[in-house]
Design a protein around this ligand. Sequence first.
Ligand code: GLN
Length: 187
Amino acid sequence: MKIGLLALQGNVEKHSQILLQLNFEPILVRYREQLEQVSGLVIPGGESTTMSKLLDTTGLRQPIQTFAQQYPILGICAGLILLGNALHSDADINTFGLIDVNVTRNAYGRQLDSFVNDVVVNLKDKQETIPATFIRAPRISDIGPDVELLASYNHEAVAVRQGRHIGLTFHPELDDVTLFHQLAFGT
Ligand code: GLN
Protein backbone atom coordinates (compact mmCIF):
# COMPACT_ATOMS: atom_id res chain seq x y z
CA MET A 1 0.00 0.00 0.00
CA LYS A 2 1.27 3.47 -0.88
CA ILE A 3 1.36 6.06 1.91
CA GLY A 4 2.08 9.72 1.20
CA LEU A 5 4.47 11.93 3.11
CA LEU A 6 3.61 15.57 2.79
CA ALA A 7 6.99 16.96 1.76
CA LEU A 8 6.39 20.70 1.60
CA GLN A 9 8.62 21.45 4.59
CA GLY A 10 10.14 19.53 7.49
CA ASN A 11 11.95 16.21 7.62
CA VAL A 12 10.29 13.17 6.09
CA GLU A 13 13.25 10.77 5.85
CA LYS A 14 12.64 9.06 9.21
CA HIS A 15 8.96 8.59 8.37
CA SER A 16 10.00 6.96 5.12
CA GLN A 17 12.09 4.45 7.06
CA ILE A 18 9.23 3.62 9.41
CA LEU A 19 6.80 3.15 6.54
CA LEU A 20 9.27 0.85 4.78
CA GLN A 21 9.70 -1.17 7.98
CA LEU A 22 5.95 -1.67 8.04
CA ASN A 23 5.98 -2.71 4.38
CA PHE A 24 4.28 0.40 3.08
CA GLU A 25 5.54 2.21 0.02
CA PRO A 26 6.32 5.84 0.94
CA ILE A 27 5.54 8.45 -1.72
CA LEU A 28 6.60 12.07 -1.31
CA VAL A 29 3.64 14.37 -1.85
CA ARG A 30 4.27 17.84 -3.23
CA TYR A 31 1.62 17.90 -5.93
CA ARG A 32 -1.97 16.86 -6.24
CA GLU A 33 -1.10 14.03 -8.68
CA GLN A 34 1.02 12.35 -5.99
CA LEU A 35 -1.80 12.57 -3.45
CA GLU A 36 -4.03 10.74 -5.91
CA GLN A 37 -1.73 7.70 -5.76
CA VAL A 38 -1.76 7.13 -2.00
CA SER A 39 -4.14 5.60 0.57
CA GLY A 40 -2.95 7.50 3.63
CA LEU A 41 -0.93 10.60 4.44
CA VAL A 42 1.63 11.65 7.06
CA ILE A 43 1.81 15.37 7.80
CA PRO A 44 5.23 15.63 9.48
CA GLY A 45 6.61 18.06 12.02
CA GLY A 46 8.03 21.36 10.89
CA GLU A 47 6.68 24.89 11.11
CA SER A 48 2.92 25.00 10.91
CA THR A 49 2.92 28.64 9.71
CA THR A 50 5.14 27.79 6.73
CA MET A 51 3.28 24.59 5.98
CA SER A 52 -0.06 26.34 6.07
CA LYS A 53 1.15 28.91 3.51
CA LEU A 54 2.63 26.18 1.28
CA LEU A 55 -0.65 24.26 1.35
CA ASP A 56 -2.21 27.28 -0.32
CA THR A 57 0.56 28.09 -2.81
CA THR A 58 0.76 24.46 -3.98
CA GLY A 59 -3.01 24.14 -4.19
CA LEU A 60 -2.90 21.06 -1.94
CA ARG A 61 -5.25 22.31 0.78
CA GLN A 62 -8.56 21.41 -0.81
CA PRO A 63 -7.36 18.06 -2.25
CA ILE A 64 -6.14 17.03 1.23
CA GLN A 65 -9.43 18.10 2.81
CA THR A 66 -11.28 15.89 0.31
CA PHE A 67 -8.74 13.05 0.70
CA ALA A 68 -9.36 13.06 4.48
CA GLN A 69 -13.01 12.10 3.95
CA GLN A 70 -11.83 8.75 2.65
CA TYR A 71 -8.30 8.09 3.87
CA PRO A 72 -6.38 8.37 7.18
CA ILE A 73 -4.01 11.18 8.06
CA LEU A 74 -1.31 10.97 10.74
CA GLY A 75 -0.31 14.46 11.92
CA ILE A 76 2.92 14.90 13.85
CA CYS A 77 3.47 18.04 15.93
CA ALA A 78 3.03 20.80 13.31
CA GLY A 79 0.95 18.17 11.50
CA LEU A 80 -1.32 17.85 14.55
CA ILE A 81 -1.66 21.66 14.69
CA LEU A 82 -2.88 21.56 11.08
CA LEU A 83 -5.35 18.73 11.81
CA GLY A 84 -6.87 20.49 14.84
CA ASN A 85 -9.32 23.34 15.30
CA ALA A 86 -8.65 26.90 14.16
CA LEU A 87 -6.03 28.68 16.27
CA HIS A 88 -7.12 31.92 17.85
CA SER A 89 -3.55 33.05 18.39
CA ASP A 90 -2.29 32.60 14.82
CA ALA A 91 -4.64 33.94 12.20
CA ASP A 92 -2.15 33.09 9.45
CA ILE A 93 -2.43 29.35 10.11
CA ASN A 94 -5.46 27.70 8.54
CA THR A 95 -6.23 24.25 9.88
CA PHE A 96 -8.17 21.29 8.48
CA GLY A 97 -10.41 20.87 11.55
CA LEU A 98 -10.34 17.08 11.30
CA ILE A 99 -9.57 16.39 14.97
CA ASP A 100 -11.66 18.35 17.46
CA VAL A 101 -8.85 19.61 19.69
CA ASN A 102 -7.66 23.08 20.62
CA VAL A 103 -3.92 23.36 20.44
CA THR A 104 -1.42 25.91 21.78
CA ARG A 105 1.79 26.18 19.79
CA ASN A 106 5.30 26.09 21.33
CA ALA A 107 3.67 25.62 24.69
CA TYR A 108 6.43 24.09 26.82
CA GLY A 109 8.50 27.24 27.14
CA ARG A 110 12.15 27.85 26.36
CA GLN A 111 13.96 25.55 28.78
CA LEU A 112 11.82 22.68 27.61
CA ASP A 113 12.27 23.43 23.93
CA SER A 114 13.01 19.79 23.40
CA PHE A 115 12.78 16.81 25.76
CA VAL A 116 12.28 13.06 25.82
CA ASN A 117 9.91 11.32 28.17
CA ASP A 118 8.28 7.96 28.62
CA VAL A 119 4.65 8.02 27.64
CA VAL A 120 2.05 5.32 28.23
CA VAL A 121 -0.08 4.52 25.22
CA ASN A 122 -3.51 3.11 26.05
CA LEU A 123 -5.15 1.07 23.37
CA LYS A 124 -8.24 -1.10 23.70
CA ASP A 125 -6.29 -4.34 23.67
CA LYS A 126 -2.93 -3.27 25.08
CA GLN A 127 -0.91 -0.75 27.02
CA GLU A 128 2.57 0.15 25.89
CA THR A 129 5.26 2.48 27.25
CA ILE A 130 7.20 4.32 24.58
CA PRO A 131 9.86 7.04 24.54
CA ALA A 132 8.44 10.30 23.18
CA THR A 133 10.56 13.16 21.84
CA PHE A 134 8.93 16.59 22.07
CA ILE A 135 10.41 19.40 19.96
CA ARG A 136 8.98 22.90 20.36
CA ALA A 137 5.88 20.89 20.94
CA PRO A 138 2.30 22.10 20.99
CA ARG A 139 -0.04 21.36 23.87
CA ILE A 140 -3.56 20.09 23.53
CA SER A 141 -5.78 22.21 25.78
CA ASP A 142 -9.32 21.01 24.93
CA ILE A 143 -10.58 17.74 23.57
CA GLY A 144 -13.97 17.35 21.87
CA PRO A 145 -16.37 14.51 22.72
CA ASP A 146 -15.57 12.47 19.60
CA VAL A 147 -11.86 12.45 20.24
CA GLU A 148 -10.21 9.35 21.68
CA LEU A 149 -7.24 9.78 23.98
CA LEU A 150 -4.39 7.44 23.00
CA ALA A 151 -1.65 8.72 25.29
CA SER A 152 -1.03 11.37 27.90
CA TYR A 153 1.94 12.94 29.59
CA ASN A 154 1.60 14.79 32.91
CA HIS A 155 -2.18 14.33 32.68
CA GLU A 156 -2.32 16.06 29.30
CA ALA A 157 -3.25 14.47 26.02
CA VAL A 158 -0.28 13.95 23.70
CA ALA A 159 -1.78 11.44 21.25
CA VAL A 160 -5.37 11.62 20.01
CA ARG A 161 -7.56 9.97 17.42
CA GLN A 162 -10.79 11.05 15.80
CA GLY A 163 -12.28 8.59 13.35
CA ARG A 164 -9.46 7.55 11.03
CA HIS A 165 -7.14 10.46 11.86
CA ILE A 166 -4.40 10.49 14.49
CA GLY A 167 -2.48 13.46 15.89
CA LEU A 168 0.62 13.46 18.12
CA THR A 169 2.39 16.31 19.89
CA PHE A 170 5.68 14.35 19.83
CA HIS A 171 7.85 12.70 17.15
CA PRO A 172 7.61 8.88 17.15
CA GLU A 173 9.86 8.64 14.07
CA LEU A 174 12.85 9.93 16.08
CA ASP A 175 12.63 6.99 18.50
CA ASP A 176 11.79 4.39 15.88
CA VAL A 177 8.31 4.00 17.30
CA THR A 178 6.23 2.37 14.57
CA LEU A 179 3.02 1.98 16.57
CA PHE A 180 1.20 5.10 15.36
CA HIS A 181 1.98 4.63 11.67
CA GLN A 182 0.69 1.11 12.11
CA LEU A 183 -2.44 2.26 13.92
CA ALA A 184 -3.17 4.94 11.34
CA PHE A 185 -2.58 2.92 8.20
CA GLY A 186 -3.07 -0.70 9.32
CA THR A 187 -0.60 -3.44 8.58
N1 GLN B 1 6.68 24.66 16.82
C1 GLN B 1 6.22 24.13 15.57
C2 GLN B 1 4.95 24.83 15.11
O1 GLN B 1 4.33 25.49 15.87
C3 GLN B 1 5.96 22.65 15.67
C4 GLN B 1 7.25 21.93 16.01
C5 GLN B 1 7.36 20.58 15.43
O2 GLN B 1 6.68 20.23 14.47
N2 GLN B 1 8.29 19.84 15.94
O3 GLN B 1 4.58 24.73 13.97
